[in-house]
Design a protein around this ligand. Structure first.
Ligand code: 5GP
Ligand code: MN
Length: 319
């Protein structure tokens, strides 16, 4: 066991009251990894709070432990752990009034070392995969409910084991979780396939906005679109996965209006030579080579022009 691993094990072992947190607009890996770690810490006899600024989206509410998630921390903690979150700002207001995390567990190539102990393994397909690698050595057991959460992280971050980084290791990890009795088909369906009527209507407005130029394909989703469709999330309801399946583009981008001054951007690199994390970094965002995001100040129209310009430049550099 290396020095970092030993320190993490010791911190976990010594802790009584643990706060587990992750990023705003949490995805399947953020929720799955938070709940897996929290349930394992509870099994180890610790008091645990899971704090996520935006709570749990509807499609993950049935995961074991989802009802323990709160939006604000309450009380004192001797250990704060952040999972699947690459910088402090992206935790949102979950840690307001508390110190920065003691332990970071992540897999983003752009991860900043904002914790005391920083375990970042960018070649892992998901933070859930990092947890599976190490939990046993930290003295944390993987039970069936924990396995369901870890499987959700693996399945969602690999879009159902079809992203280019899907590895033999990730499939072996999934096989091990299946052996613990995980119902992968149901988890897969709930997290990647099933859509509400409102989400489908929202997709409709987003698809109507589709544009294409200079190797870039993009769609825009406004506050008005969310109002008309009745979609209550703050994200694109995963429409980016549809937009990035369209032929003939090198980069797909999604613009999601957050309010009059803030816009959320998602990039997907559709060709092996494109690294969208480079563009996201320019705007204080981050992520992975093929999937990155950022949140920018400015009106939707103004931010869109700025981002399209910068993305065009990066594509020209690669030509
Ligand atoms: P998405 O576009 O689906 O929100 O995110 C794609 C990837 O980029 C994910 O790995 C996500 O964690 C990361 N990401 C998305 N938005 C941000 C952001 O504002 N800041 C950082 N650092 N990473 C982001
Ligand atoms: Mn995530």
């Amino acid at each position: 066991m290396n020095d970092l691993q030993k320190k993490i094990k010791d911190r976990i072992h010594a802790a009584q009251r643990v706060l587990v947190t992750s990023h705003v607009r949490p995805d399947g890996d953020a929720i799955g990894s938070s709940l897996a770690l929290a349930l394992a810490l509870l099994d180890a006899g610790k008091q645990v709070q899971v704090v996520l600024s935006d709570g749990v989206p509807a499609n993950f509410k049935q995961l074991p432990g989802a009802d323990m998630v709160r939006k604000k921390a309450d009380g004192e903690f001797d250990l704060i752990v952040s999972v699947d979150c690459s910088d402090l700002i992206r935790i949102g207001d979950a840690l307001d009034g508390y110190h920065a995390p003691d332990i970071i567990i992540d897999h983003h190539v752009t991860a900043e070392a904002f914790g005391t102990l920083n375990l970042v393994e960018p070649e892992a397909v998901a933070t859930a995969s990092v947890l599976i690698r190490h939990m046993h050595a930290w003295g944390l057991a993987i039970t069936a409910p924990i396995a369901a959460n870890l499987m959700t992280g693996l399945v969602t971050d690999t879009l159902g084991f079809r992203t280019s980084n899907t590895s033999p290791e990730s499939l072996r990890q999934a096989a091990d979780l299946l052996e613990l009795g995980v119902d992968m088909s149901t988890l897969y369906y709930r997290s990647l396939v099933r859509r509400t009527f409102e989400e489908a209507k929202y997709w409709g407005t987003g698809l109507t906005s589709l544009e294409r130029a200079d190797g870039i394909i993009w769609a825009t989703m406004t506050l008005a679109d969310r109002k008309t469709s009745g979609y209550t999330g703050k994200d694109d309801a995963d429409l980016i996965n549809i937009v990035s399946s369209i032929d003939d583009a090198e980069i797909a981008i999604m613009f999601v209006e957050q309010n009059a001054e803030k816009t959320k951007i998602s990039w997907r690199g559709l060709k092996p030579h494109v690294d969208v994390s480079q563009i996201a970094r320019q705007f204080n965002g981050g992520g992975h080579k093929a999937a990155s995001g950022a949140e920018l100040s400015g009106s939707l129209a103004e931010v869109r022009e700025r981002i399209l310009e910068a993305t065009r430049k990066i594509l020209l550099l690669h030509k």
